[in-house]
Design a protein around this ligand. Structure first.
Ligand SMILES: O=C(O)CCC(=O)C(=O)O
Ligand SMILES: [Fe+2]
Length: 281
């Protein structure tokens, strides 16, 4: 059993100190007023070997997130090995496969529209990203005895181009707008579209990646499924030359996507600090 769930199941009244965030990073609102009945489907990940755990960063001194997650590497097909995915329920592998294909098409449609809205050719962002690296992350946030002291997922922006997020009806996703946190209330049947860092760079800052986090609550567990649309680690991303000129200079340095990922996992995202470090001063 993964860590946060095991702690939750132990029925502790206090959370371990390595989950306690410094006062300035604690959520102000405890989301313990949700009353909907919620049944969590049982998925057996005990056989699974594809990236799962509860630590987000490689640093040892990190504050831990009250979350367990499980990753599926779905594109390119050379990374896909359904043998690593749960066998139960029986439709699981086929469902992930179909879901990944639909999410790919939807993300591509959205990226085309974003490219066009910038006056670029529809395939611009997809061409810049190159071969799609798609991961599907299943996040599980167990009930937490002290939700006011911790976070399910620390503040960050997503690293790639675009993220499609499916959340259940419990609620917990928050976005930062002008320095304040706002809850993103679940809408049945709807996906949340989060723009990620590479679209901010490619659009030379005309689109902004969204800083977000997840809070947990005392009574309910919550599941969210994030589908990430990323470039390969070898791809260099830079502002579109069409969007750079003498009256609007490049706002970001070129970045090797792999370096962006390493900085994120080593230093910690700390909101959008990793992206901010690429700003041209
Ligand atoms: O659980 C959520 O609502 C957010 C998940 C998320 O931001 C992520 O997986 O990157
Ligand atoms: Fe995210």
């Amino acid at each position: 059993m993964a860590a946060a769930q095991a702690l939750s199941d132990r029925g502790l009244s206090h959370i371990p100190t390595d989950y306690i965030r410094p006062p300035g990073e604690r959520p102000e609102v405890a989301h313990d007023s949700f009353s909907q009945q919620h049944n969590i489907p049982v998925i057996d990940i005990s056989e699974a070997s594809e990236g799962y755990g509860h630590r987000m960063l490689v640093r040892e001194d990190q504050v831990l997130d009250w979350r367990d997650y499980f990753d599926h590497h779905t594109f390119p097909l050379t990374r896909r090995n359904p043998e690593n995915w749960p066998l139960n329920p029986p439709a699981y592998r086929q469902t992930i496969k179909e879901y990944s294909e639909h999410m790919k098409l939807l993300a591509q449609r959205l990226l085309s529209l974003i490219s066009e809205s910038l006056g670029l050719k529809p395939s611009y962002i997809q061409d810049a990203i190159g071969e799609l690296y798609q991961n599907i992350s299943l996040n599980y946030y167990p009930p937490c005895p002290q939700p006011e002291l911790t976070l399910g997922l620390q503040s960050h922006s997503d690293l790639g181009a675009i993220t499609l997020l499916l959340q259940d009806d419990v609620g917990g996703l928050q976005v930062s707008v002008d320095g304040s946190w706002f809850a993103v209330q679940p809408v049945p049947g709807a996906l949340v579209v989060n723009l990620a860092d590479q679209v901010q760079i490619l659009s030379n800052g005309r689109y902004k990646s969204i800083e977000h986090r997840a809070v947990v609550n005392r009574n309910k567990s919550r599941i969210s499924i994030a589908t990430f649309y990323d470039p390969a680690k070898e791809v260099v991303i830079s502002p579109a030359s069409e969007l750079v000129g003498s009256d609007h200079p490049a706002k970001y340095k070129h970045v090797l996507f792999g370096d962006h990922v390493s900085a994120w996992y080593q230093k910690g995202p700390d909101g959008k600090k990793v992206l901010d470090s690429l700003s041209v001063k």
